[in-house]
Design a protein around this ligand. Structure first.
Ligand SMILES: Nc1nc2c(c(=O)[nH]1)N[C@@H](CNc1ccc(C(=O)N[C@@H](CCC(=O)N[C@@H](CCC(=O)N[C@@H](CCC(=O)O)C(=O)O)C(=O)O)C(=O)O)cc1)CN2
Ligand SMILES: [Zn+2]
Length: 766
């Protein structure tokens, strides 16, 4: 029979229960025992959902209190010494690595956190030492979770990040020179012990995630697969059978290192259906194919007909016992359940499927193949009807939008003059000092702000009352910035629930949800709005607040928008229209907003594109070139409508600019602010090597953690930057927006930032 399998389930719970519990624990409101009990309750609830849906293979150890890669860092004894020296207990040590720890005389920043492949999820980077040794934890989380499920009568398949991916996704610690992949021999014994323990606990199979196989790997990483999996093969029955799992791309270019003697190989056939034949051809003689046919990254109902055909194609070649029907990746990237959405238009809701619904889908698909379509006739018919209704719905199509797109010309992508002309006009108007200071946009989203917004959403206060409240917040933000003596102000974004959802709620062509939360990092979640049709702007979206902010401040005020590519990437996009078309529609809507802001007296406008880098196709080549072309064009289309003396800023909070520099330069933004504080100034080198001519503010401190950087630390950062950049092109700012921070630490950090900038200003204007 064809089994159904899920590669991972969202962790937050139906009401973001995990978020609430971890934040309550951090805030000292619940005990560690309470937190762990809540986590246990959630794991069990999530296994039950999958069991009730009829899923055959249910994952365990996909759960994490903060991040699953961080779980491995701790369980493998790969904790950098700065987190072990203070004697924190294991849970607090774990959170210290995730978010830093500054309490009772202990002061450690967090480990670096970066994007998980091309998703909006972030993982904690394994951060390794020269001569790193590994040691398996006394109670590895994978074993504990397996046993926990077993006690509840549920047999699960533990999930591990594989050794090659664990190392490849890691890095050498600051001042260390080790190439992580060289640590393979040191690491493998820990996997062996862990796999043996899982086998002893009763695990028959283990899902071993090696998604790095989808990359163009450096030779050393690629060569590491063979010894690693030969080692596992040599352990025979002492360890569970391995399901070698890849996702988010095709593995055709790396088939020469695909292990032949693993029990099963999983591939993502939603992203890359075309790899099916070649992968089958490269399987070992007994290896099972796990076919990823239900999308782990989007919320559209699965096309049953197509998914079943794909699985059947595999069955024809391999037989029913050598095929598993699975989700394409973990369902981590999808919301918990559609059942929570009480306000969605019924017509549109019928097009969606969230994690809990996908569990039913994958079980249905497996059943259809095993028992024949008659066994699930009703489900197949209902599915075909939904898909047909969506395809023919008038709500997806807007001829006016298409007409405007057809009229875009080359001139629309270009500013009136080149940068040197623009910057001198801007300088005349703005009159900024050397090393101008600014922030990235948002100020703390306080409990009070959320509460008032919640009351407004529920109709407990009127729009006028809510607007008044927001004005008061803006006023307060301006006052604080005056006191801090920053140079370019922001209004603070108090009116925004999220930088993407806010725009989704104001654009035609979008729909949005009330409960469809997806984990972004740690306890932080996003509610991606859903693009269902052609996009247009019915009315200005941000002008009211920015105009008000301008009217009450003596210093230049920066308007704040989310760029077209980021709006696209952090939404659930349509799957029936190419992403470039959706980006262009967003760009045209934003272009009107940019011009409206300028005409309302906003002289500096920041168009954030933090997701531009994350959208870069994972492999170099034609696809990447094409992406960069349309993504850069979308940004330029959204910003090029302004006069020369309007200063366009853009912001990027994900580093790794090496393979990406030319695209950033091609945006032609007057000022860039980029995340830098954790990347050891190395990333700046590319800006020097390429003689980047425009202005740039590499972040001087990490905002993801409540830790306050000292003035000296910030000065050291600035000094490092000056080794690479000219004083007249340097701006001083934090790494990213401050919405997740408390006011206390925000003010303290910004005081230090402004003082550091002033010290350099004094030094350089002598
Ligand atoms: N979309 C997106 N992706 C991104 C980022 C981003 O800002 N947006 N930033 C980067 C890092 N990721 C981040 C992701 C989320 C958050 C974040 O702060 N999320 C908030 C939720 C933001 C939000 O939508 N807030 C809503 C709803 C708030 C809420 O929980 N309301 C309560 C009720 C109010 C209360 O009493 O608190 C409820 O609904 O139950 C609002 O402010 O209106 C959180 O998890 O806490 C920050 C950074 C990368 N990716
Ligand atoms: Zn940012």
């Amino acid at each position: 029979m064809v089994q159904s399998a899920i590669l991972g389930f969202p962790r937050m719970g139906v009401n973001r229960d995990l978020k609430k519990a971890t934040e309550a624990y951090w805030g000292g409101k619940i005990s560690q025992a309470d937190l762990l009990a809540e986590a246990k309750r959630l794991r069990l609830a999530h296994w039950k959902i999958q069991q009730d849906a009829g899923v055959d293979v249910i994952p365990s150890n996909d759960f994490a209190l903060y991040d699953h890669v961080l779980n491995h860092i701790q369980d493998f004894g790969a904790v950098p010494p700065r987190y072990t020296k203070d004697g924190l207990d294991l849970v607090d040590q774990y959170f210290a690595m995730g978010r830093g720890h500054q309490k009772n005389g202990i002061d450690v920043p967090s480990l670096e956190m970066v994007k998980w492949f091309d998703s909006n999820y972030h993982y904690v980077k394994p951060t390794l030492q020269n001569g790193q040794t590994f040691k398996l934890a006394d109670e590895p989380k994978a074993v504990a979770a397996f046993n926990e499920a077993k006690e509840a009568g549920i047999k699960t398949r533990p999930v591990l990040v594989g050794p090659v991916s664990f190392l490849h996704l890691g890095k050498a610690d600051r001042d260390q020179t080790v190439d992580p992949i060289d640590l393979l021999d040191a690491l493998l014994p820990v996997y062996e012990q862990l796999l043996v323990k899982l086998k002893e606990a009763g695990a028959e199979t283990v899902q071993i995630d090696e998604p790095t196989l989808v990359f163009d790997l450096p030779a050393k990483s690629k060569a590491a697969f063979k010894p690693a999996y030969e080692k596992f093969a040599s352990l025979g029955d002492k360890i569970p059978k391995l399901v070698f799992t890849t996702y988010f791309g095709d593995i055709v270019h790396n088939l020469d290192v695909l292990p032949k003697d693993v029990y099963a190989v999983h591939v993502d056939l939603v992203r890359n259906p075309e790899q099916l034949d070649e992968v089958i051809g490269a399987l070992g003689p007994k290896t099972i194919l796990s076919a990823g046919v239900v999308d782990g990254r989007n919320i559209w109902k699965t096309n049953f007909k197509r998914a079943i055909e794909t699985v059947e194609t595999a069955v024809q070649k391999l037989g029913k016992d050598r095929v598993i029907a699975a989700t394409s990746s973990s369902l981590l990237h999808t919301p918990h359940t559609l059942a929570s959405e009480k306000k969605l238009d019924a017509e549109i809701a019928d097009w969606f499927s969230f994690a809990s619904e996908k569990a039913v889908e994958i079980a249905t698909i497996a059943k259809a193949v095993t028992e024949g379509p008659a066994a699930v006739r009703e489900q197949l018919e209902a599915n075909a009807k939904s898909l047909q209704a969506r395809a023919s719905s008038s709500r997806t199509n807007d001829p006016k939008v298409k007409d405007r797109q057809s009229k875009v010309t080359e001139a629309d992508y270009k500013r009136k003059s080149e940068f040197p002309t623009r910057i001198s006009l801007q300088q005349k108007k703005l009159n900024l000092p050397l090393f101008p200071t600014t922030t990235i946009g948002s100020f703390p989203q306080t409990k009070e702000i959320r509460l008032q917004r919640n009351r407004f959403t529920k109709g407990e206060i009127t729009e006028a009352e809510y607007d008044k409240f927001i004005e008061k917040e803006i006023e307060e933000n301006v006052k604080i910035q005056e006191e801090l003596d920053l140079d370019v102000f922001v209004h603070g974004e108090p009116e925004r629930n999220d930088m993407v959802q806010f725009f989704g709620e104001r654009l035609n062509g979008y729909t949005f949800t009330t409960h469809a939360w997806v984990q972004s990092y740690g306890s932080r979640c996003v509610r991606p709005p859903i693009i269902v049709g052609d996009i247009s702007r019915p009315a200005p979206m941000t002008v009211k607040e920015s105009k008000y902010a301008v009217s009450i401040s003596k210093k230049p005020m920066k308007g704040m928008l989310t760029g077209p590519v980021t709006c696209l990437r952090w939404s659930f996009p349509r799957d029936d229209v190419h992403q470039s078309v959706q980006a262009e529609q967003l760009a045209l809507a934003l272009r009107d907003e940019v011009v409206d802001l300028q005409n309302a007296g906003v002289g500096v406008i920041q168009v954030d594109e933090p997701a531009l880098r994350e959208g870069l196709p994972l492999r170099a080549g034609k696809e990447r070139t094409a992406y960069l072309d349309w993504a850069v064009k979308a940004f330029r289309l959204s910003t090029a409508g302004v006069e020369d003396d309007t200063q366009i800023h853009s912001h990027f909070c994900y580093s790794e600019f090496q393979d990406f520099f030319h695209a950033i330069a091609a945006l032609d933004a007057d000022v860039l602010s980029i995340e830098n504080s954790k990347s050891d100034a190395k990333l700046l080198k590319v800006f020097v090597d390429e003689a980047y001519p425009r202005h740039i503010g590499p972040g001087v401190y990490d905002i993801h953690s409540p830790r306050v950087p000292s003035e000296q630390e910030i000065k050291d950062r600035i000094q490092e930057m000056l080794a690479h950049l000219k004083p007249e092109q340097l701006w001083i700012d934090p790494d990213c927006g401050l919405k997740t921070r408390q006011w206390k630490e925000t003010k303290e950090a910004l005081v230090n930032l402004v003082n550091a900038a002033k010290a350099f200003r004094a030094q350089y204007s002598k």
